[in-house]
Design a protein around this ligand. Structure first.
Ligand SMILES: Cc1cc2nc3c(=O)[nH]c(=O)nc-3n(C[C@H](O)[C@H](O)[C@H](O)COP(=O)(O)O)c2cc1C
Length: 436
């Protein structure tokens, strides 16, 4: 048992994504309660009281973001971020495939609270079944009168559009997502102004992750205080985690925040296959910093396992729950090869707008490929760390910063592996990367 549940409260069947089954489980009763008995301010108050934090990476307070968007009587928007491009992350996909009406009902409630007339789901281009499911759910919802003009005679009107991206990682970043949604190149935008002031079509926009929004129906049904009572005081509620890598039972799990990491990995997820020891964990997608025992200033492997899964605890340990994409790494894995895979990804996905990221990711990728080819030089490590750190605070979006932090953490915490590779022209782990 990974604690109490908010999202995974039903068995997944062939038909759990349909309107009939969602309704049979009590679905859309939260929105009818809202439309009949609550004001937008009431909903906002419950969301504020819940302490819900964003599940897309930065864990920003949802109530605070919503309160920052002012209704000036002109169009303003709500967008669900379903890009889910962070490697190792596939938890929003679970919602889109198995509970698309939960997202739609929650978006209706959020749109009511924010007085939004038009909302959007921006979904990554590579998602096929998730797209079919959410688009199918929208069609069912329109046919049932759940979207459109004057919903259920309430006077509230709301339309929704599902927009398919073209498969760029950077388009998961909120401002580049909006550029892409507007039909232009998916370049991130400088802030200020914040997106809640100037977002889609230069109008105020709230953008939240799919999982973040999907909590709203439960919060409205059970009350913000009930949600706040789940998890820990610093990290209320539950989180979906997608677990992959060297683990016996990979998949998507819902944990109550504060749950024991050791219990989660060894009991719920079945531990590391083949009786191998746990070497490291990347807790929240490859852009979160790897946690391991190698660095004395951080943790021992046993410490990692005894941690509670909670935003505050992980931040103190030098990492984060990030996007919820947990990658488990067994003893014997070559971290030099792993970093090479990560840097190839960042180089490919850098949008090219900011020099430190555009050039830096290419330099890092080329140096690590040279190290892997057995032609590393002793000065490579210092140079790579300097290039990675040059992204810190110098790029428009967080891609460069996060890629830099992840690179430095990997090189710092597994320094001996990089030293060995450069000195000997080969991996101290036999070059093993396996399914990672
Ligand atoms: C390079 C990059 C990629 C991102 N990709 C995603 C993504 O795929 N999904 C997501 O929800 N947030 C992603 N984010 C975070 C978003 O910018 C934004 O913070 C989030 O969608 C806000 O929603 P939340 O407050 O509900 O977490 C990304 C950020 C960066 C810098």
């Amino acid at each position: 048992m990974t604690g109490r549940k908010v999202l995974m409260t039903f068995p997944v069947t062939e038909t759990s994504h349909t309107l009939a089954e969602y309704r049979a489980r009590g679905g859309y009763s939260a929105v009818s309660r809202v439309l009949n008995a609550m004001s937008p301010e009431d909903v906002l108050r419950e969301v504020m009281a819940s302490g819900l934090q964003g599940r897309g990476g930065a864990a920003f307070q949802v109530g605070k973001k919503w309160a920052a968007m002012k209704d000036d009587g002109q169009p303003h928007y709500l967008v669900a971020n379903a890009d889910e491009g962070e490697p190792g992350t596939f938890k929003d996909r679970w919602i889109l495939e198995n509970a698309p009406h939960l997202l739609l009902e929650s978006m209706l409630i959020a749109s009511f609270a924010l007085r939004v007339r038009n909302c959007f789901v921006y979904i990554r281009g590579e998602f096929d079944v998730p797209y079919q499911r959410i688009q199918g759910a929208v069609e069912e919802a329109y046919a049932a009168g759940l979207f459109g003009e004057n919903i259920a005679g309430s006077g509230f009107s709301c339309d929704i559009v599902i927009f398919r991206g073209a498969g760029a990682y950077v388009c998961g970043e909120a401002s580049s997502l909006l550029s892409s949604l507007e039909g232009t190149r998916g370049y991130p935008r400088n802030r200020p102004p914040r997106l809640t002031v100037k977002g889609l079509y230069q109008r105020p926009t709230v953008i939240n992750n799919v999982e973040t929004l999907s909590n709203v129906a439960w919060i409205v049904t059970n009350g913000g205080a009930a949600y706040k009572a789940l998890g820990t005081p610093a990290s209320p509620g539950t989180r979906l985690l997608s677990v992959s890598g060297h683990i016996n039972k990979p998949g998507v799990y819902e944990i109550e925040l504060g749950y024991s990491w050791s219990k989660f990995l060894h009991e719920d997820c079945g531990g590391v296959p083949g009786g191998r020891a746990l070497k490291a964990v990347i807790p929240g997608g490859i852009s979160s910093q790897v946690l391991t025992g190698a660095d004395a200033k951080v943790l021992t492997a046993a410490d990692v396992e005894s941690l509670a899964l909670d935003h505050a605890v992980l931040s103190k340990a030098g990492s984060s729950l990030g996007s919820g994409g947990m990658i488990v790494i067994a003893e014997g894995t070559c971290m030099v090869h792993l970093l090479a895979v990560m840097l190839r990804f960042y180089h490919h996905e850098s949008c090219g707008q900011c020099t430190p990221c555009r050039e830096g990711m290419g330099w890092l990728h080329r140096i690590i490929d040279r190290i892997i080819a057995g032609k590393g030089r002793p000065e490579d490590i210092g140079r790579m760390i300097a290039i990675a750190k040059a992204n810190d605070g110098t790029t428009i979006c967080g891609l460069g910063d996060a890629a830099g932090y992840a690179t430095v953490a990997m090189m710092d915490r597994f320094r001996h592996e990089f030293d060995y590779y450069i000195a000997n022209g080969r991996s101290m782990n036999g070059g093993r990367l396996e399914c990672l």
